[in-house]
Design a protein around this ligand. Structure first.
Ligand code: FAD
Length: 445
């Protein structure tokens, strides 16, 4: 009865995880989301194309076996992992536009971590023996633990005598996939954190490895946002969509939030918006100046998702293919994953020359490159480019990351940018949301 009434601002992975954790502990929660859909950057959007309405993910997402809090939360709210994800042992296969496989690394599922990946590296294709050995030595270095001073990953790789080819085939694609930041400016410490979590040997299980890729079999909203929203509402939480918080003002022992409906009062607030939207909410709260300054210093990286709809019978050799010497980096066959037959999603992480092209020119260029690599490909029927210009913060060395607990009593910050060990990921967002909820529970229970 006396538990505080908490407002969560933002219905992305962070806000939804915070709200789900709080309602579970019997707290009154109202979540405000400015847009019509929940899920934030990990949402599905209805888009009209070719005079038809299509449900397309805001970007093709991949989860990792290492996303332990996300997977535990989904499990708790009744999402059956097997129904929603295709679990795939780590495999990186790069295909050139000439149709050749130029690099192939497969983990050895029957071995415990990290030997599954180390043995995979030893037998990978596309690198010389000495390159494979130096990659294994570096992997062992990463597993030995933290480095004392953060620096650019490129500088670190140079010091550790990684060849240009190793960087091009292995480290750069891994870094782009994990941090969405080019190796020239990426944080070595954060890269270590993700790799260490992904190659950790917590429990030997042939089925579930931390290095596994989890490829969504449904659209993202059906996997994350919708089940979480149902869970929150089933436990009495209130979700208000299309309700942007216009202002947040301190008022006595709490806060007034203003939406288009007027003002409402809450004793506790979790702000779970992207760092790009933080300023407008906290610029009048002096105790949050440091958080504001930190996020104002951020640079951002884009992620482009180019959907190419081919005739329904079109199928790629596998559900996920790495592209080398192409503008595209990864190609996902959504027919094999989500029954969206003939629909391919090409991903381009981080800034690059693709941004100089118009969306139509980019789709055309990728269509040509895919045709070169896979000569049997027919012409696409339509295309749709989703360009998230500020998809994630640039995960650079020594980036200031605000804490979940702020200097302002009863005001907490959640969001991928607040989970300091990780780059901008679903897992970082989920962990931050749960951490904020636990701080409130710890304080008031
Ligand atoms: C194209 C793309 C591909 C990605 N791929 C991957 C991937 O493969 N794997 C992975 O782990 N991560 C990936 N990410 C990153 C991942 O999506 C994000 O890190 C994560 O979703 C961030 O969640 P969040 O809750 O912190 O923020 P957000 O998702 O940004 O949620 C914030 C929410 O707050 C709302 N909001 C903002 N201002 C207000 C306001 N004033 N009032 C009310 N609501 C407000 C927004 O509408 C939004 O819904 C990708 C991101 C993008 C864009």
């Amino acid at each position: 009865m006396n538990k505080p009434h908490i407002a969560v601002i933002g219905g992305g992975c962070a806000g939804l995880s915070a709200a789900a954790t709080l309602v579970d502990r019997g707290y009154q929660v109202t979540l405000f989301e400015s847009s019509a859909q929940l899920g934030g950057r990990a949402r599905t959007v209805p888009l009209a194309n070719n005079s038809l309405m299509h449900l397309l993910d805001n970007g093709q997402h991949i989860l990792l076996g290492a996303y332990r809090e996300t997977l535990a939360l989904l499990d708790k709210i009744g999402v059956d992992e097997k129904q929603v994800f295709l679990r795939h042992p780590l495999q990186i296969k790069l295909q050139s536009t000439s149709g050749k496989t130029v690099f192939s690394l497969k983990s050895i599922p029957c071995l415990p971590a990290p030997f599954d990946v180390l043995m995979g590296l030893l037998s990978c294709k596309g690198l010389s023996f000495s390159e494979r050995i130096s990659a294994i030595k570096l992997m062992a270095r990463i597993r030995r633990g933290k480095i004392s001073q953060d620096k650019s990953l490129e500088g670190f790789l140079l010091e550790h005598k990684q060849s240009a080819k190793l960087n091009q085939m292995l480290w750069e694609p891994l870094c782009l996939a994990a941090l969405n930041t080019p190796i020239a400016i990426a944080s070595t410490v954060t890269f270590f954190n993700v790799l260490n979590d992904s190659f950790s040997s917590t429990r030997f299980s042939q089925q579930n490895k931390t290095s596994d890729f989890l490829l969504p079999k449904l659209d993202l909203s059906q996997i994350i946002a919708q089940p979480l929203a149902r869970y929150i509402q089933s436990k009495g939480g209130v979700i208000k969509r299309n309700r942007r918080i216009r202002s947040l003002v301190m008022d006595g022992n709490g806060f007034n939030l203003e939406t288009r409906d007027g003002q409402s009062f809450f004793s506790h607030i979790i702000i779970a918006v992207a760092p790009t939207n933080l300023g407008q909410l906290i610029d009048k709260i002096p105790k949050l100046n440091n958080a504001l300054l930190a996020t104002k210093s951020y640079l951002y990286q884009p992620i482009y998702t180019i959907y190419l709809q081919y005739p329904a019978e079109t199928k790629m050799p596998s559900a996920m293919i790495g592209l080398s010497d192409s503008l595209g980096q990864w190609l996902f066959d959504r027919g094999q994953l989500c029954n969206q037959h003939g629909l391919m999603a090409v991903i381009i992480s981080a800034a690059g020359r693709h941004q100089l092209l118009s969306h139509d020119a980019l789709a055309l260029k990728l269509t040509e490159e895919i045709k070169q690599a896979f000569p049997d490909m027919p012409k696409p029927l339509w295309h749709q480019v989703i360009a998230e210009k500020r998809a994630t913060f640039s995960c650079m060395p020594n980036l200031p990351r605000p804490h979940n607990k702020t200097l302002q009593e009863n005001l907490y910050l959640a969001g991928d940018y607040t989970y300091a060990d990780y780059p901008a990921t679903i897992e970082g967002a989920v962990r931050s949301g749960i951490a904020c909820a636990n701080l409130i529970v710890g304080h008031s229970d």
